[in-house]
Write a new protein. Sequence first.
Length: 461
Amino acid sequence: MRRTGNKTIVPFKAKIVEPIRLLPRAERIERIIAAGLNLFNLESRDVYIDLLTDSGTGAMSAQQLGAAMMGDESYAGSRSFERLAENFSRITGLPYVIPAHQGRGAERVLNSVLVKKHQIVPGNSHFDTTKAHIEFSGGRCIDCTIQAGKSSQELHPFKGNLDLVALRQAVEEYGAKHVAYVLITVTCNSGGGQPVSMQNMREVSAYARSRGIAVYLDVARFAENAFFIKEREEGYADKSIAEIVFEMFSYADGCTMSAKKDGIVPMGGLIGVRDQGLFEALKTPTILFEGFFTYGGMSGMTMEALATGLEEVLDEDYLRYRVGQVAQLGAWLEEEGVPIVRPVGGHAVFIDGRLFFPDIPEDEFPAQAVCVELYKEGGVRAVEIGSNLIGRNPDTGENIRPAMDLCRLTIPRRVYSSEHLEHVVDAAKTVLDGQHSRSRGLAFLKEAQGIRHFASTFREL
């Protein structure tokens, strides 16, 4: 057993447990082949350690479950929505709040109103559903992430930052009237779960507003980003997480949120805006796509649990443990020689697939191959964030080759122990030790349309 280097106090104890089982290796191989080498196709009962996502997979607290029992299921004017909206507005300073069933529902509603055909949305490594909704509305995404954020090995405290020069160039090339808005994702998931600095948000906001362009945040992991600011950015060590969060939102005109991450609930999403006119315009697509604008696809029980989760996620002890657990997994993997994105981000450790399997050609999905081998070896389900996910250029139809091809080990909130993570490290080390025999990767058996990493199937070459 490894000696843990994480000396932070664990700020919770287990109250309810769920049994899990490691299938024999032969059965795991059988299952992954039947799944078309796509881990999304696996049954959860066939997975031992599930690191596919932190979205909706966290453990709710006794306080959240108790609050859920007070849920008001009224179709309109629910008091549970009132409590949720009041909490969110108090935390963020955004006065107008619309619920959605989850983050992609919020993205669908907001982009249907904000994005017009041929407009662009500059940002920092747009995530898959974000990019898809912008393109569905006729827009195009322009990645303006700083160069350090496109390298797995370069060290930088805020690799999620936007490059101001690239942002200005994009605006000048297309013209300000052709920019729907600027998007800042905190933390930046596709770039390795990397944070954005307060200074960068301030500078991006100042420039955008000088050109009459709105700024929106994707705040699925806003509290984790705030913790990194407190830990890494000068002038914030003595500020509370709540103070840092409030300042972050002050630089934005609105936001979308998948509440399944830092809201610590199994389902839910939010839109927050400053402008009342935009708020009124968002009501109609909310009703069409989600539900009435005081529930938006969420039950009263879920809204109550989310209102409480938004308070709990600001607790510094919780965040120190949360970020520390992820950092510990990263440190253990590095000790074993596993190449990861450095520094470690807030919600996941990202293995560099190209460095892990250096002999596999880039167009044979090395990161997806890492995911497949981790399941075969240890029953660990990870997810590819790279060539498969990013898809094809919507104009040319050609495969896009991303800056990094990554296997994401995503840690659910308040779920797994150090012993579980040690098992993950052992599996990765075993695969790494045998990687010299792996010189070919994967090819599509069936390439799914749209966001292809959810449903595509593969064959081994």
